[in-house]
Write a protein that binds this ligand. Structure first.
Ligand code: SF4
Length: 262
């Protein structure tokens, strides 16, 4: 009986030991499980935090790259503008230099031209006064030409006319024109004013004395009038009441106006 009780106590002790061992084991497993879960949660949180950080970093990187691109574009645009400005400046300087060079060239040309003697001055030296006064153009009525040119110059009153323009109108060569101008001056009909026109010396022709033109009276009715002998200013037949004279004067005026317009 006693032995049986001892055995039972031993078994009980054994069972208790086993139960204790199992409890310890379970406890260990439980602790391990709790630790694992906690670690998992921590890892998960760390992973999420890392993910957030990575995401932020990616966004920041993207922003930085975008900024870099914008900065690059800005820099390129600025470079282009600077280049254009530099080119424009260069062009402006080149233009300025060219203008200065042109101005200097023009001044030099002007000085050179001023120092030059004119063809007319040379003619005046070469020809005698009589040679100038007797100048004639082949197959040309010089009296008529002198009168015509003088009247044309007179029609420009005090302003005068450039000789090259006049010679062009009359289809005269500059050689003949220059001699004719000298002749007109020697005859006392005109004066010549030496002027620099478009960088070249020329002469402005001004009227001095209007000659009496025979052309102006060659159609006068009095020259062929059958009653000219009876005509007087205070007689019955008089220029004051003469219709021929009136018609002739009106015709002459119209002709003169037409010439002036042409
Ligand atoms: S003014 Fe008459 S009328 Fe007298 S001369 Fe002349 S045209 Fe003859």
């Amino acid at each position: 009986m006693v032995k049986k009780e001892i055995v039972s106590a031993a078994n009980l002790k054994k069972e208790i030991e086993e139960a204790k061992a199992e409890l310890v084991s379970r406890n260990k497993k439980l602790k391990l499980s709790v630790k694992t879960e906690a670690k998992k949660k921590v890892d998960k949180k760390k992973a999420e935090a890392k993910k957030k950080v990575d995401k932020k970093k990616a966004v920041a990187k993207k922003k930085a790259e975008a900024k870099k691109k914008v900065d690059k574009k800005k820099a390129e645009a600025k470079k282009k503008v600077d280049k254009k400005k530099a080119e424009a400046k260069k062009k402006e300087e080149a233009k300025k230099k060219a203008e200065e060079a042109k101005k200097k060239e023009e001044e030099a040309k002007k000085k050179e031209e001023e120092a030059k003697r004119t063809y007319e001055e040379e003619l005046e030296e070469q020809l005698t006064e009589d040679e100038i006064k007797n100048f004639a153009i082949d197959k040309t009525d010089m009296d008529k030409l002198v009168n015509k040119v003088t009247e044309m110059i007179a029609s420009h009153a005090t302003k005068g006319i450039l000789q090259n323009i006049l010679w062009r109108k009359l289809k005269l060569s500059s050689r003949d024109g220059s001699r004719l101008a000298l002749k007109l001056e020697k005859l006392g009909n005109i004066t010549r004013e030496k002027i620099l026109e478009n960088g070249r010396w020329t002469y402005l022709l001004l009227i001095k004395k209007i000659p009496i033109s025979t052309i102006s009276i060659e159609n006068a009715p009095c020259l062929v009038c059958p009653v000219e002998g009876k005509c007087s200013t205070d007689g019955e037949i008089s220029p004051k009441t003469c219709v021929y004279i009136e018609d002739w004067v009106l015709t002459e005026l119209k002709t003169k106006k037409r010439h002036e317009t042409n």
